[in-house]
Design a binder for this molecule. Structure first.
Ligand code: ATP
Ligand code: MG
Length: 329
């Protein structure tokens, strides 16, 4: 079914909230002092929701921060961007999660995380969480929570509640290989797909989600995923743009915008936030793809995972003033 309209109330997401510090030089690891910049508010669900809100969608976050400056940094940013924070718990003991990131010369990343051992990992279903979920119109799930049993239970419960009231569910697998090698997580991926209306994989995640070997075709994976009840699949292709497949028929492709990539983190989340919000606000698949590509591209031009998230008018200006990359594949 199409995504529930924005009038059915906020898009919510459940998961990690982090403070992120990024190296300003390319290289490997953290074995010696290097220049870094941060802290930036971070976390895939928060980047997604901030972009969702900036473009005009209603958004509410469910997560936990510590009673510290990094927690404040995130709460302030979300409040400033119009994201409802009433479902965020301030943990009295554990600190806010952190991520230190450095880009290697080949574009891969070195990370040091304190994620599920921070306040983020002690998130529980409180009355405040229940209140937010009870009035949500759409749930966005990021794959990272599938590896955490307590958070997975919350996601399942929230998905059921949202769907019962006519709401919809999107899923960005954001799967790293290690996630998939774990049998329990693989079972959760399957359960998640069965509740998904909109799937937002990037690159090889499409075949991973369909549990197919790389030699299978995109079409085979799409056909199988539609058979599970998914109605829309949007593939993110980095500098190759994005493609949307609809169960009802129809394939749309939108080329990427030509930008200088400064920091790729958060592109997929901003893409998803813009896509879900614009679809819920009634825009067509073609229009939503353009806004989503613009949101992803604009975000990679700024350091920090959500610093380049754009408002509707900023994205309109970006679209009007930026060339598309025309490439054969
Ligand atoms: P993430 O690294 O946040 O997980 P992702 O792999 O989920 O990202 P990408 O495909 O990298 O998603 O980026 C999402 C979208 O953002 C792309 O479909 C594209 O439209 C845009 N985008 C990302 N990187 C670039 C780039 N270097 N140039 C132009 N557009 C880009
Ligand atoms: Mg991704």
């Amino acid at each position: 079914m199409p995504l529930a309209p924005d009038s059915l109330e906020p898009t919510i997401s459940i998961g990690e909230i982090l403070a992120e510090v990024v190296a300003t030089t390319i290289g490997s690891g953290f074995s010696e002092p290097i220049p870094m910049i941060g802290p930036f508010p971070s976390g895939a669900p928060t980047s997604f929701l901030v972009q969702c809100s900036r473009i005009g969608g209603s958004a509410a976050m469910i997560g936990a921060v510590g009673d510290d400056a990094f927690g404040q940094l995130n709460l302030e940013r979300m409040k400033r961007e119009g994201v409802d924070v009433s479902g965020i718990t301030v943990d009295p003991d554990l600190p806010t999660g952190t991520a230190f990131v450095r880009y290697r010369p080949d574009g891969t990343r070195d990370f040091v995380f304190n994620l599920w051992t921070s306040a983020a990992g002690r998130l529980a279903w409180t009355d405040a969480v229940d209140a937010v979920v009870s009035r949500a119109g759409h749930l966005h799930v990021v794959g990272t929570v599938l590896g955490v049993p307590a958070l997975w239970s919350m996601v399942e419960r929230a998905a059921q509640k949202v769907r019962t009231r006519g709401g919809t569910v999107s899923f960005d697998p954001n799967m790293r290989k290690e996630l998939q090698s774990d049998r329990k997580t693989a079972a959760r991926v399957y359960a998640m797909l069965a509740m998904t209306d909109l799937l937002l994989p990037s690159g090889d995640e499409l075949l991973l989600a369909a549990v197919m070997p790389p030699q299978n075709s995109e079409e085979q994976a799409i056909k199988y995923l539609f058979s599970l009840g998914i109605s829309e699949i949007v593939i993110k292709r980095g500098a190759h743009g994005s493609t949307a497949y609809q169960m009802a028929g129809g394939v749309s492709h939108a080329p990427a915008f030509a930008v200088e990539e400064i920091d790729p983190t958060g592109a997929g989340d901003c893409f998803g936030g813009a896509y879900v919000a614009t679809r819920r606000l009634g825009l067509s698949v073609d229009q939503a793809l353009i806004y989503a590509n613009a949101a992803g591209a604009r975000n990679v031009t700024r350091r920090g995972p959500m610093e380049g998230a754009g408002s509707r008018s900023e994205l309109d200006a970006f679209i009007a003033g930026t060339e598309r990359i025309t490439c054969s594949s």
